[in-house]
Design a protein around this ligand. Structure first.
Ligand SMILES: Cc1cc2nc3c(=O)[nH]c(=O)nc-3n(C[C@H](O)[C@H](O)[C@H](O)COP(=O)(O)O)c2cc1C
Length: 364
């Protein structure tokens, strides 16, 4: 066994940073300070998060952008190699890779993931996504199948067997037929690095319940959390397992509520990249089941602000109040996004983290 993964650490409400590897982060905005996701930007951001004791850094898996003025998300770093680079320059933060099951072969994924687990000394994590964007899949000549999570179940089983098998093995599944598979080294973490599944719908939840350590899932309103958590709990109990749930929020933390509201309005409404917001929402609505249906009508600002995730906008006190409510609904933690991570993470870490400690969400 390697050292304890940060997601197994003591904090009641764990925190991560999501999507620094991609242009815009999760925002779709034209403000001049919008996130460019250059390598130096990523290095600075992970350094801040690592030193502050945040638990994880989590990339988005994107292969093409959403057009508009800035071709938002078109620039994005591939996530195994991104995590490998960050693993070498950090000390304690968990480093996830977000991997599309239909695009990346599991034997390749097993070796790449084990490599990052070695570089990081057991801090690797795998965020499994089945994906939704047919234009991205067309780049690989892959069609979205109607048994995406059946494939995902075989995919993760193969990775586990790669690590556990002491002899070459054959695999005869519906989606994979493999001969004489070996993969050394196995990951440091046993039986494999921590896994999350990013999903919203029933089949994704069942897959997470059966095969992953955590589900990564959004909500539209905090009060809906209990319903989502209850549902995933039921599904995981049926599997005899206990699967934690992480969520995702976009953050604008400022000294005053007025400043936070004004900035949110500016970047996500007045200076949003409107054409890209239209494209993103239209594509997500048609192809992805990752949000409540009415979210598209109600929350255009949230799509510009953070791809339809929940907004934490306000003073440090207000943000911590909301996090207490999210934790009380049963979430294990949240992955956070910012317009410009490097301008905003220091304020967040300096001002919000101590209040989280006072509120009993985190230990110093
Ligand atoms: C929190 C979250 C993060 C996601 N991240 C990605 C991603 O990085 N790349 C991607 O192609 N899809 C991503 N997805 C989409 C899922 O892979 C999936 O296609 C989508 O949620 C729709 O199907 P579902 O019903 O299985 O959730 C994400 C979904 C959620 C809920």
């Amino acid at each position: 066994m390697g050292p304890l993964h940060p997601l197994r650490g003591p904090n009641k409400f764990k925190l991560g940073v999501f999507s620094t590897n991609a242009d815009g982060g999760l925002a779709i905005t034209d403000v001049p300070e919008r996130w460019r996701a250059r390598w130096d930007d990523n290095l600075t951001a992970v350094g801040i998060a690592d030193r502050a004791g945040l638990e994880f850094f989590l990339p988005i898996a994107r292969w093409r952008g959403f057009g508009g003025k800035n071709q938002v998300r078109e620039w994005s770093f591939e996530t195994f190699t991104w995590a490998a680079g960050l693993a070498a320059v950090t000390q304690r933060i968990g480093l996830f890779m977000t991997v599309h099951v239909p695009i990346v072969h599991p034997v390749y994924a097993a070796k790449a993931l084990a490599t990052v687990d070695y570089i990081s000394g057991g801090r690797a994590g795998l965020n499994i996504v089945c994906g939704w964007n047919p234009q991205e899949f067309a780049m690989f000549g892959v069609k979205i199948g109607d048994d995406a999570y059946g494939q995902a179940a075989e995919w993760i089983e193969i990775i586990e067997r790669c690590y556990g098998a002491h002899q070459p093995f054959d695999y005869a599944g519906k989606h994979y037929q493999l001969k004489g598979v070996v993969s050394r080294p196995a990951s440091i973490q046993v039986p494999r690095p921590l896994t999350m599944n990013a999903a919203f719908g029933g089949p994704g939840r069942d897959f997470a319940a059966k095969s992953c350590d955590f589900l990564f899932s959004p909500f539209a309103n905090i009060e809906d959390g209990r319903k989502h958590i209850g549902d995933i709990r039921e599904r995981s109990l049926r599997q005899g397992r206990d699967v934690g749930v992480y969520t995702v929020c976009h953050v604008v933390a400022r000294e005053t509520q007025r400043e936070a509201d004004d900035y949110y309005e500016r970047y996500a409404v007045t200076e949003a990249d409107h054409a890209a917001v239209d494209n993103h929402m239209a594509q997500k609505k048609e192809f992805a089941n990752s949000h409540d249906k009415d979210a598209f009508d109600l929350y255009r600002k949230r799509f510009a602000g953070g791809a339809g995730t929940y907004p934490l906008v306000g003073t440090p006190e207000k943000i911590v109040d909301e996090m207490v409510r999210i934790a009380n609904e049963g979430y294990a933690g949240a992955a956070l996004t910012f317009v410009n991570y490097n301008y905003e993470l220091p304020f967040f870490c300096d001002r919000v983290l101590p209040l989280m400690e006072q509120a009993g969400l985190r230990v110093a």
